[in-house]
Ligand binder design. Structure first.
Ligand code: GGG
Length: 357
């Protein structure tokens, strides 16, 4: 049964995360009111580089207790390389959430929305509509490795890729099931099994094995290098795309960029069994180059809010947000600069809230 009382942990993080999260909340509050959803927001200052500077770590030791009782996490962005190295901020925050809350699916839609100028010539809305399913807890993002003979000419660094049968099969199953719900029923697997000769052939084998259970799904695979070229040249070829952690991260920036801008791309870090809360964030990072100027596109954050509501069983409220986003994107005056407009972050967020049915 759908829960009408929702408790959301809000974590703005760094850079433009602090600017786009309030716009996401503005829209969530407006839609909650219309749908009589009692939504409570608890804001946390950790998982940010400011917190690191004060406390010497990205999150308090009891972060899991602090946010674990919430229905979902609404996250902005992390990273401020001037003060904290990027690998320290990412591993100290987002990667902890993904691993500790077993958010093994990263679901990232890339869709050409009506009215959005597409950098690829001749594409219309509907031509680009893919769901990128990224493995989110293992793969190339592994903590197994180390450095030997540091600072000497014999210096050696090593970081292992980890693929477990459980880890690979569960992300593939999710992707096949998702493909089965979509009209084209097509699944593309990203690989590199010619060069990476142990883990990637294993990935391919598991795809082939699982495909036997889904005879209605048309399956293909591409090496990641040519796949990136096809994303740019033939994005309409793709429906559901499943990829390892690193390949999925790259493809889920490229896909939305082909569809106009990374600024509108959302992402769900999902624990499908709902044993733990899932986390919703824009695909983009903290963007230090445009932070504090009030010009960031808030739509990725707002769309992440729609994904969160959908995940929590409020599909109608989520659809209302998506309709409002489509209306605003169709109006050049309401677009932010990444889409050739002049609107600032707050104007754009407010216009989405006002455009709700
Ligand atoms: N809102 C997403 C964010 O802050 N991303 C920072 C980043 O670099 N993420 C890498 C990743 O998602 O693995």
């Amino acid at each position: 049964m759908t829960d009408n009382h929702l408790k959301i942990a809000v974590i703005p993080g760094d850079g433009i995360g602090k600017e786009v999260v309030p716009e996401g909340l503005r829209v969530l509050e407006a839609v909650a009111k219309r749908h009589n959803i009692d939504m409570r927001f608890d804001e946390f200052d950790f998982a940010s580089c400011d917190y690191f500077q004060k406390h010497g770590q990205m999150m308090p030791d009891d972060w899991k207790e602090q946010v674990g009782g919430h229905d979902a996490l609404f996250f902005g962005a992390v990273g401020w390389p001037e003060t904290v190295p990027d690998h320290v901020s990412l591993w100290g925050s987002l990667i902890q959430f993904r691993r500790e809350f077993d958010q093994y699916i990263s679901l990232r839609p890339a869709r050409l929305m009506p009215g959005v100028p597409c950098p690829l010539v001749g594409r219309e809305p509907g031509d680009i509509d893919m769901m990128i399913v990224r493995e989110n807890t293992e793969g190339e993002y592994s903590s197994i490795g180390g450095k030997m003979f540091a600072g000497t000419p014999r210096e050696v660094v090593l970081q292992e890729t980890v693929m477990s049968r459980i880890g690979v099969d569960r992300v593939l199953k999710y992707a096949f099931e998702l493909a089965a719900t979509r009209p084209r029923a097509k699944l593309t697997s990203a690989t590199k099994s010619n060069g990476i000769s142990i883990t990637m052939p294993y990935w391919d084998e598991r795809v082939a094995e699982m495909a036997k259970d889904y005879p209605g799904i048309s399956v293909d695979k591409y090496h990641i290098d040519i796949l990136t070229a096809h994303f740019v040249l033939n994005p309409d070829k793709f429906d559901v795309v499943v990829a390892s952690n690193l390949f999925g991260d790259i493809l889920s920036d490229l896909g939305p960029a082909c569809a106009g801008t990374i600024g509108i791309a959302p992402s769900g870090n999902i624990n499908p069994e709902r044993e733990f809360p899932s986390l919703f964030e824009p695909v983009h990072g903290s963007a230090p180059d445009i932070a504090s100027q009030g010009i960031a596109n808030p739509i990725g954050q707002i769309w992440a809010g729609a994904m969160m509501l959908d995940h929590l069983g409020h599909a109608e409220a989520a659809s209302d947000i998506m309709r409002a986003i489509e209306r605003i994107l169709s109006e050049p005056a309401m677009r932010t600069r990444d889409l050739g407009g002049q609107a600032d972050t707050q104007m754009c967020g407010k216009s989405v809230a006002d455009a709700l049915d």
